[in-house]
Design a protein around this ligand. Sequence first.
Ligand code: FAD
Length: 421
Amino acid sequence: ETHDTTDVAIIGAGPSGAAAAAWLAQRGLDVRVIERSRFPRFSIGESLLPKCMLDLEACGLLEAATAGGFQTKNGAAFTWRDRHAAIDFRDKFSAGPGTTWQVERADFDQRLIEGARQLGAKVEFETRVEAFTSDEREPNLTLVDAHGQRRSLQARFVLDASGYGRVLARLTGLAQPSTLESRCALFTHIEDRIDCPHYDREKILIGLHPEHPGVWYWLIPFRDGRASVGVVGDRATLDAAGIDDTQRLWHFIHAEPRLSRLLTNASAIRDVGRLEGYSADVERLHGPGFALLGNAGEFLDPVFSSGVTIALDSALRAAPLVERQLAGEKIDWDRQFEQPLRRGIATFRDFVDAWYDGRLPRIILGDQQNPRIRAMISSVLAGYAWDEENPFVNASRRRLTSLAKACANSANNAADEGLFP
Ligand code: FAD
């Protein structure tokens, strides 16, 4: 077994790993990224939020990402039965960019990690982290390469950016189940052939199933006439809809009138994928000599496309603290990293809860159109979930409940009672 050393070891070359690597490498630290798969590789999580652009810029990867020429995204459109509503991220309460991209992650992630490499990070693909020893000063990883060769890598700090791999959460026993209900997603990529002149490719389309509360869809158009489409729901409902996942996904697409119309001429260009029980949490997002980034720590729910945003935010909070710790400063990881990161996650969590219990669909699809309030909601959906000036951040739960009540009391919405409990 050979032995190797570095300043910072990063597990995983997805967006959070690449962002942390880029930031730290630029400060002259020796950064090693260890990635299990060979890139480019497929990943779900294709619709970004405008807040991401700030983090991409801060870690020096905005240019590399921009070169991808990705589909612009400026908001989210929602549809349920004959009701439609659109939220434009450019009309928002918080300062910051109002547009972002819809990306094929294989290409996007490849560009980010290549950008990090050009900024000085070393990246090893097809190498997996198998064991970990936690230590304040000398945390240690055991790596296994494609040939089965074992090697130890000693770092001065370890960042876990392994996404659903949840490497350190599992190896250190920090993993704990999410308090969100377990759900299931079926998805594919299509050649969409949408010819509807009113269809807005610059927005993610979120559809609600006309009858099943809690079953919803995404349609995320890419450049080049391709798109990602998926359905989310409880496993039993999804499984009852066909004999295999392809049949099930298309069964649901055909059950939603708008999607069904838009995708009349669509054809699939990859096999239907399935992910379930993806919501996850941990007791703590840090420990002696390590911190957890992005999905390696927690993951809520896909509905507001917050995954990559939280992943990048966590990377940009952790990286400067790592630099300071390695320079000899004492860092309080709980107070300086976990607590502020969790504030924004809690905002998204309140929005996710309000989505599944019907408050948010009622607000978004209702006739309550106070522009200032819509701008506050738009801000959170654009990713500015940490802006304490926004009442829908600092009192999100209470605000969402009272607004949903006001919407329910308006005549037009009274009929929804049965659908959204
Ligand atoms: P990842 O991008 O998952 O990267 C982790 C990397 O670590 C991988 O490349 C993996 O190969 C590597 N790895 C794992 N284990 C090991 C190991 N042992 N050793 C070495 N390397 C390892 N987010 C959005 O922003 N927008 C969306 O529209 C969206 N839609 C979603 C839909 C669904 C159904 C689901 C479940 C999630 C969705 N997400 C979305 C969330 C998004 O996929 C993730 O939040 C995001 O990819 C997290 O990035 P990351 O950098 O933390 O991890």
